[in-house]
Write a protein that binds this ligand. Structure first.
Ligand code: ZN
Length: 165
């Protein structure tokens, strides 16, 4: 399970000098580089922040937020669950495409985010908590469905759960 280690760490463990990042960008594979700084990852984080802005969530583009879950003090705690779902989906697709010399696409990210959204929805429904759930999630659903192509919606069964679109 090498995915748990960054290349720098793996190089130490295996006593080799090759600690460059697997993506082949030539940079040293530090933790921050692998999850955030790499130019083959940055476009995905830019998309995530674009979605956040569309949701009216103003967060600094700080790796501590998605990677460590450290939010600014004044961040609206009400929306943290929506944000962390978006971050978890991003981290998942980053890990899954780690050894590929490309950036994970917005489409792949949404494909991972949608099942998380669906699960959150049904769990809220079960707990009679739809009103609290609806706030930002409803906006997120709207944004996702406006961003993805009809073919992607059909393929992955993305249809509106709460918005009625
Ligand atoms: Zn890189």
């Amino acid at each position: 399970m090498r995915f748990h280690f960054t290349p720098v760490r793996t190089a130490k463990i295996e006593n080799t000098s090759d600690s460059s990042f697997w993506k082949g960008c030539g940079a040293k594979g530090t933790l921050l580089h692998c999850w955030w700084e790499c130019k083959l990852i940055q476009p995905l984080w830019k998309s995530v922040w674009r979605f956040l802005r569309k949701l009216g969530i103003e967060l600094p583009q700080d790796p501590a937020i998605p990677l460590l879950g450290i939010y600014p003090r004044n961040a609206d705690s009400y929306h943290k669950d929506t944000c962390s779902a978006m971050f978890i989906a991003a981290l998942f697709v980053i890990a899954r495409t780690w050894k590929q010399p490309r950036c994970p696409s917005t489409e792949e990210w949404i494909n991972k985010l949608w099942p998380i959204y669906t699960m959150e929805y049904y769990s809220a429904e079960k707990n009679n908590d739809i009103m609290r759930f609806a706030g930002k999630w409803m906006d997120l659903e709207k944004i996702i469905l406006s961003e993805v192509a009809q073919t992607q919606k059909d393929k992955y069964g993305m249809y509106s759960l709460i918005g009625g679109y």
